[in-house]
Design a binder for this molecule. Structure first.
Ligand SMILES: [Zn+2]
Length: 178
């Protein structure tokens, strides 16, 4: 009587899954995609190989980053890898030496405005198209709803049509502003 049944606190499979996630996390940042504004913009001065962004983790698990020459891995290039902060400061210092003329400034500004306008009008056009599509679906729905009153209209067919309309509506998701 009262024999206790000792069940594990968590199921073995779940335990294994958790261990797996923890191990992966510990291994580093490989599964994660990091963004950095200098990615793909730097080349090695020694071998002209690409400089790649390299995430790493310190002993206490905090991420830190490097840029290294892609050819360093195979031992073909001996350029040391640089800490991100070192690279960023160097790039900033270099940028400070670049003089931008008023003409260049105006050109960049115009190009930016053009790119933004293009993006904006694409979004606008897309929304307009979706709105038209929604209106079309609405009026089709109205037409079918009117048929509900008609006793001769096959009900299954009508249900199927309505389902199709709703499906199409779900496919047309209006994007939010951006
Ligand atoms: Zn190199």
């Amino acid at each position: 009587m009262g024999r206790r049944h000792h069940r594990p606190l968590i199921e073995p499979e779940l335990f294994a899954q958790v261990q797996d996630v923890l191990a992966r996390r510990h291994r580093g940042t490989r599964d994660q995609t990091w963004k950095h504004y200098l990615k793909g913009l730097m080349w090695c001065a020694r071998c002209e190989g690409r400089r790649v962004f390299e995430p790493a983790r310190s002993q206490d698990g905090r991420p830190h980053f490097y840029y290294r020459c892609i050819n360093r891995q195979g031992g073909e290039c001996d350029l040391p890898r640089f800490r991100l902060t070192v690279i960023e400061h160097a790039v900033e210092a270099h940028c400070a030496t670049i003089a931008v003329t008023e003409t260049e400034r105006a050109e960049v500004r115009a190009a930016l405005r053009e790119a933004l306008d293009a993006q904006l009008s694409t979004t606008k056009a897309l929304r307009q198209r979706l709105r038209t599509e929604m209106t079309r679906l609405d009026s089709r729905e109205d037409a079918y709803l009117e048929l509900v009153g008609d006793l001769n209209w096959p009900k299954e067919k009508l249900t199927k049509k309505m389902r199709e309309i709703n499906l199409e509506r779900q496919l047309d998701t209006v994007p939010s502003t951006n």
